[in-house]
Write a protein that binds this ligand. Sequence first.
Ligand code: SF4
Length: 261
Amino acid sequence: MQDPEIEKLPKTSKKRIFIGLLGLTFALIMLLILIGGWIATIGLNHIHPMVTLAAQITAGIAFVLLSGIIAALILTVLLEKELPFTHKIRGLGIKLFLPLMEILGPRLGISKEQVRNSFIETNNRMLLTGNRHKIAPERMLLLLPHCLQRADCQRRITTSIDNCQQCGRCNIDALIKLARHYNIHIAVATGGTLARKIVRDHKPKMIVAVACERDLTSGIHDTFPLPVYGILNQRPEGPCWNTLVETIEVENALKTFLKIQ
Ligand code: SF4
């Protein structure tokens, strides 16, 4: 079941969790660089003063680079828009810092799910407010998790979603109708490997993805720089079982990002 405490959090709180953890992670890395540099300096001084100098310069460069990345990330999140040259830095930051934030968060009483939720929310806000170009329908992919399908349904919709009989017992029916209405690709994935294959096959310019916190976070992380707008599924019967999604939320995302003639 989705954590109701997370749902109660306003969007600004989710952003604050992300920025706060980002800052703490940065401070921790800096502390490690300082301690490591100090220990190395003592040891290296015995070899040659030039070696010490080289180590100090390396630590200085690492400090400046990481500070730049973190400042760009925090500014991008705060201003909710891409700054010039920050796109690549943001990707590097996400790949480097997010896994560390997932380790640090639970030690501070913030669950992994909350960290991921704040990350997804922040990612979505940046996509909504960034310099976005409208996507042609044929380059848009709607990617769904297998758990949206009724557990007792025998249709093999992961092979082809056209195998769905559209009986209306789960959200897959309404989502197929949406995809046909907007003329976009739609696919169902059982996990990361199949999702990556679908992305390779369809070569989308953007993905609207429905999944749980864990799968959305890893999807956004793995497919960067491809933009992924994440919509959380609802789990009234527990994780991975007869999950649901607000189809209106999916349609709103499509309307926002699609080039509609
Ligand atoms: S709409 Fe019906 S046929 Fe299609 S996946 Fe859901 S339960 Fe199966």
